[in-house]
Design a protein around this ligand. Sequence first.
Ligand SMILES: Cc1cc2nc3c(=O)[nH]c(=O)nc-3n(C[C@H](O)[C@H](O)[C@H](O)COP(=O)(O)OP(=O)(O)OC[C@H]3O[C@@H](n4cnc5c(N)ncnc54)[C@H](O)[C@@H]3O)c2cc1C
Ligand code: SF4
Length: 433
Amino acid sequence: RNHGNHVASVSQLARFLAEHAEEGGAAILPETDAQKLLVADGRVRGIRTGDKGRGRDGQELGNFEAGSDIVARLTVLAEGTQGHLTGAAISRFGLEGDNPQVWALGVKEVWKVAKPLHHIVHTMGWPLRKRARYGEFGGSFIYPMGEDMVSLGFVAGLEYRDVEFSVHDVLQEFKTHRLVRKILAGGERIGWGAKTITEGGYHALPKRFNAPGLLLVGEGAGLVNVPTLKGIHYAVESGILAAEAAFRALQRGESTTRVGALDSYDEALRSSYAMKELREVRNMRQVFDKGFFMGGALASAMTVSKGHLPPKEYGGEPNDAATLIRTDRAKSYPAPDGKLTFDKLSSVFLSGNRTRDDQPNHIRIQREVPRELAELWTRMCPAHVYEVGADTGDGKVHVELNPSNCVQCGAITARGGRLTPPEGGSGPEYTLT
Ligand SMILES: Cc1cc2nc3c(=O)[nH]c(=O)nc-3n(C[C@H](O)[C@H](O)[C@H](O)COP(=O)(O)OP(=O)(O)OC[C@H]3O[C@@H](n4cnc5c(N)ncnc54)[C@H](O)[C@@H]3O)c2cc1C
Ligand code: SF4
């Protein structure tokens, strides 16, 4: 149930919170990326910011500005989904959880509508295929935003198997359903965005949420409730608990880089309402690997028993574990008409993407791969960054890249490549999503 909840644009909420943080004395460095975690003697010392003003081959341009080290007694990583430094910290300090972390990709649009929507819509399944062999899991949301806007999106797990699967196109297909058409009739699309959402849940949480000199908070630490598709409240709660733990340690005159000095954060988080909720739904995501109907039945048992049934724990596989298949999936995608359905490039334009064309490439992938993998990346990317290039002659193809289209959704990190932090200030300029 979402009755009584507020519906807001998270980018506007973040701007509002930033103003309050500055009023409270915080210094905010906008348009600055944290490129590297500074670790010395097994302790986190801060972060290094990225250079600005480099050309495509890394050469210094006229406006070049070197990155700098920001050292601190305590570093809190709050990078959200697919955190680059968070991933490095988890691996450096051996914090990996029991299950591998997994992600879904969400593509979202904001529409100005002719008639107000007065209720919330959540769906599961269609246009996804229900049989387990396709590995398609996900659903949609449609939220009213005031009297004249709606926010709608489709979220699908990134473990799908079909090389032609594309969440952007599935959202376009979803909008052709007569009930969705009715909501959007006479309206205009005014916003678009794409982002992964962390879906591993309780069993994929890091072993510890702290290391010497470091705290992990929010979605970067895996704190997302998958059945409700919500992570903002856990990000806020973990941020508060991290601030309180840091304050306690500093007030005691403790060295925050001493092993165990920040354990009170873990204790507070583990006894919080967030962890109780995550524990109740800990197996909910994994059971859908058995297909829509079996997964639905098991998930219902978990919901009514508050996580006690069935009495077993479920493991998980990484998103890229399954072998790829091809089943003409793309045939069902509607052709873009520029009114109800849209292509990827016009969508990237609507995201206000500010990445320079001559910026260094921030996507790490193998450039020569089997054709199926190149096609999977091409379809998967909501921003049309990858293209299947020429045959290399040994059964592989070259992958062409347009990194300046990238909206930093993070999907590539789940499927065999890596999104690294691009130059600060680049990427989409979300204002409504
Ligand atoms: C389609 C979709 C719909 C969702 N719907 C809901 C919903 O209805 N309700 C809900 O509660 N949750 C929802 N979520 C989840 C929710 O958005 C996140 O869980 C939440 O925003 C996480 O907050 P956070 O502060 O941890 O991270 P984020 O909000 O992701 O913030 C992290 C910030 O850090 C920046 N960053 C990352 N790495 C670096 C770096 N190295 N250097 C500098 N900056 C960096 C990022 O650009 C970002 O601005 C949804 C997610 C998706 C994808
Ligand atoms: S290139 Fe960017 S937008 Fe495309 S899948 Fe990778 S991270 Fe997402």
